[in-house]
Ligand binder design. Structure first.
Ligand code: SF4
Ligand code: SF4
Length: 134
């Protein structure tokens, strides 16, 4: 399973090697999709690709170390029936979650999406939609 979680670090925790120690302890590789972080704290968006039990361990350890963990409950959808491959959204996507396939159709890789929502208003036919759940 892939779970995306938003971590919030306080000033007190910002200089500790928390992610490195969680990776070492669990053996789960964590993918940082986005980070807005200074020595005063900040946010990191993580993608965790691991069995549910391991995801739970990672989240538990992060919380134990004083990191606020928020599960991201969002879904992005590309309506391939509406999309006419105009390309308007492609260059706006900061993570290349939206890309042009070899057959010139537009593809969405949700795993890479950080839900910045920049692409949504760029589409002239409303083919991109972000929903929140939970
Ligand atoms: S919301 Fe759109 S622009 Fe932002 S990362 Fe996801 S696909 Fe890319
Ligand atoms: S802007 Fe809309 S129609 Fe154009 S490529 Fe992106 S999803 Fe498709």
């Amino acid at each position: 399973m892939i779970k995306k979680v938003l971590l919030r670090y306080s000033t007190q925790r910002a200089t500790e090697p928390i992610l490195a120690s969680v990776i070492k302890q669990t053996g789960v590789l964590l993918n940082i999709l986005y980070a807005d972080f200074t020595s005063r704290g900040g946010e990191i968006l993580l993608s965790i690709d691991a069995p549910e039990q391991d995801v739970g361990k990672v989240i538990g350890l992060l919380k134990q170390r004083g990191v606020e963990v928020q599960e991201l409950k969002r879904v992005i959808q590309l309506d391939e029936e509406k999309c006419f491959s105009c390309g308007a959204c492609l260059s706006l996507c900061p993570t290349r979650a939206l890309r042009l396939a070899d057959d010139y159709s537009v593809k969405l890789e949700e795993d890479k999406c950080i839900y910045c929502e920049i692409c949504v208003p760029s589409c002239p036919v409303q083919a991109l939609k972000i929903s929140k759940y939970g």
